[in-house]
Design a protein around this ligand. Sequence first.
Ligand SMILES: C[S@@+](CC[C@H](N)C(=O)[O-])C[C@H]1O[C@@H](n2cnc3c(N)ncnc32)[C@H](O)[C@@H]1O
Length: 277
Amino acid sequence: MSRPRKYTPELENIEIELLLEGVAQHYGFEFQEYANAPLRRRIWQTIRREKVRTISGLQEKLLHDYSAMERFLAALSERGSPNSPAFYVTFRSEVVPLLRTYPFVRIWHAGCTSARELYTLAIVLHEEGLYDKSTIYATDVNEQSLKRVSDGVFPLAAVAEYTALYRDSGGKEAFTDYFSGGGRSGIFDEGLKRNIVFGQHNLATDSSFNEFNTILCRNVLSAYNEGVQVRAHKVLYDSLALFGILGLGPRESISASPTENCYAELDAEHRLYRKIR
Ligand SMILES: C[S@@+](CC[C@H](N)C(=O)[O-])C[C@H]1O[C@@H](n2cnc3c(N)ncnc32)[C@H](O)[C@@H]1O
């Protein structure tokens, strides 16, 4: 989205810096390291949606109206996270056989605020007979989104989309078996949450907190500049057991990792890598 004519690039940069600084100081959300172009696009989209006229106007609104801040967070999280049934088909065929060989399975779902992705993973583990010996650690930097995902509520209007994802990702039962409906919302079955541990974790600043057999960190790091990506990849590497699997998003690559040569490609198309040293 292009900037309005009254903005020079210099003025736009100054106001964006002030906006991000204000948000960081007031709420503690640090977006300074987000990649520049997508962040600018989201800011201008939010300006139009919130019906303010300038970046400073948006700053005032975000700082004084938390519901506007939540809408901005949601817009930043959307970032075109693609629906990914083919990823889960490959997960079933390539990763599940490896997970079967472990007595217990620890999976880290880092940047997990897509209910669709998290509960699809839980359903795959359930249908493959692995759920009972698995623990999924679901983390995100954004506490509100984490709460929403842990509630497991989704709009009933999304059922058709979720059913298609379930079917196309190799689902073996009926998707309706996994949620109950009430009013305009569906809620995922409590049983799917039994072995999920939710927690706040910031890949840009926090360290490794456990050792995992598999880490999914999809559509998270591409938002960041190289410095943060390198740091976060180090955390992912330190958190992965030898021969563990790392799954990235379709627009992400292991080449962003300083430990790239410690991984072998398990499935190039679906960005699945195995730690080999
Ligand atoms: C585009 S969504 C992707 C969600 C999900 N992984 C998927 O593929 O659908 C990006 C997620 O990363 C989270 N995120 C952004 N920065 C993060 C950070 N520094 N540490 C942890 N999570 C982060 C966002 O809050 C958001 O939930």
